[in-house]
Design a binder for this molecule. Structure first.
Ligand SMILES: [Zn+2]
Length: 412
């Protein structure tokens, strides 16, 4: 069997196991079915010859590839998550293989007329002539992040079978529940024992990310007074009008639909209104720590100003930090990004370094003491029926992992 076919088979073996996570569950993993793939991964890691393969009560998997050199080399790690997004079903995934992609529309499902088209998803044209794995149009694919797992396992297997590649100690970590924001929560950084790590959880080939948003959530409550509308003059206070004053006091163009790159925003993602009380739910995002703090301060000031204006405690606000920009933790150890960039260059991959407009498990891990940039896993259009992954990108990711291991050993 060719290495390419092996990687396809391995990937299909993972994505055909349903591991959808569930934000409404309090257990870890959030769904029992995640154990199905977790247990399989443990067996596989043992089978390829990894050491110290463990799985804990929360289904966090760790394994070690010991160093094959005499001198000291820092311990590096590679991390992926095995759950898939609850945004779209991950049950009964039936991967389709498109060989030698011709740059035209791909009919995912003729019956339901579901087409993956470069007219809409122009990234497809990057992969002309390559082998694509797509869905059958009725599920997501799960390349996020089973492509990452496929790549890490394949790279470890390659290093085990190629002693001539010199490397230091390498740790592997697979987590549940990343898609519901809990992948890092119960990750035992001390047990993992790496000096730094990489999540293999980015998208397009070349992506390398070490900056993400600072993030907070805000809940604003406006209080009113309900009175029979027929007798309301001078008595009724309609909280929904108050709430709209708050909404309009924020800069209208600093919202997700008007921003990009390093521009931060306020995002109103929920309103629950009655005359008596209206609740507004926001998320606040900014790469810059000072601007992030200023955004939170602005919301609090608007609440104070409006309470003063209406001469009453009409508004209450509660702001909770969610995660922070990993840049702060990665910049002091910038060589970990440089090594990844150098690895890509040596392999003829153009590094695409850009700020993430979101968070990753790596941002949480970075603040838990494990600096953790994010590297491409190769897939596109995550969390939906148009998800696909070029096999060649997965193969390149395998090479990047091996090259990072090699460069880390050389740099010492
Ligand atoms: Zn992911």
């Amino acid at each position: 069997m060719t290495p390419k076919q092996r990687i396809i088979n391995r990937f299909i073996g993972y994505v055909t196991i349903d591991t959808e996570s569930d934000p409404n569950s309090n257990t870890t993993p959030s769904t029992k079915k995640q154990w199905d793939l977790a247990n399989k991964l443990v067996m596989e890691l043992k089978a390829i010859g990894m050491s110290d393969v463990t799985i804990d009560d929360n289904a966090y998997i760790m394994a070690t590839l010991p160093s094959n050199v005499d001198h000291h080399v820092p311990t590096i790690g590679f991390i992926s998550h095995f759950d898939t997004s609850p945004d779209f079903t991950g049950a009964n995934v039936k991967p389709q293989i498109v060989e030698d992609y011709d740059g035209k529309d791909i009919v995912l499902n003729a019956e339901e007329n579901i087409v993956l088209s470069p007219d809409y998803f122009e990234d497809l044209l990057l992969y002309k002539g390559q082998t694509l794995i797509t869905t059958d149009g009725t599920t997501l694919l799960g390349a996020d992040d089973k492509a990452g797992i496929t790549e890490i396992v394949t790279a470890m297997e390659y290093l085990i079978n190629h002693h001539e590649i010199k490397h230091g100690p390498i740790k592997v970590g697979f987590t549940p529940d990343e898609e519901i924001g809990r992948g890092a929560h119960k990750f035992d950084v001390e047990k993992f024992g790496a000096d730094w790590a990489y999540t293999m959880d980015g998208s397009q080939i070349g992506e390398l990310e070490y900056e993400n948003f600072n993030a907070a959530g805000a809940v604003i409550k406006a209080k009113g007074k309900i009175v029979h509308p027929g007798y309301a003059k001078g008595k009724m206070v309609n909280s929904m009008y108050y709430a709209s004053e708050f909404i309009n006091a924020l800069p209208r163009l600093e919202t997700p639909e008007h921003t990009e790159g390093y521009e931060g925003f306020f995002h109103l993602h929920g309103i629950n209104g009655k005359v008596e009380e209206t609740t507004l739910k926001y998320i606040i995002r900014d790469h810059d720590k000072d601007k992030f703090e200023a955004r939170k301060a602005l919301m609090e000031k608007i609440v104070l100003d409006l309470n003063t204006k209406f001469e009453a405690e009409v508004f209450e606000i509660e702001i909770k930090d969610q995660y922070f920009n990993m840049k702060e933790k990665v910049e002091p150890v910038m060589h970990i990004v440089d090594i990844a960039e150098e690895a890509m260059k040596q392999l003829g991959i153009t590094p695409l370094i850009k700020p993430i407009r979101g968070g990753t498990d790596g941002s949480q891990l970075s603040y838990m003491g494990l600096p953790c940039p994010n590297i491409f896993a190769g897939g596109h259009n995550f969390h939906g029926r148009y998800e696909y992954v070029p096999v060649e990108s997965m193969q390149k990711a395998v090479e990047v992992i091996c090259k990072i291991a090699e460069l880390t050993a050389q740099n010492q």
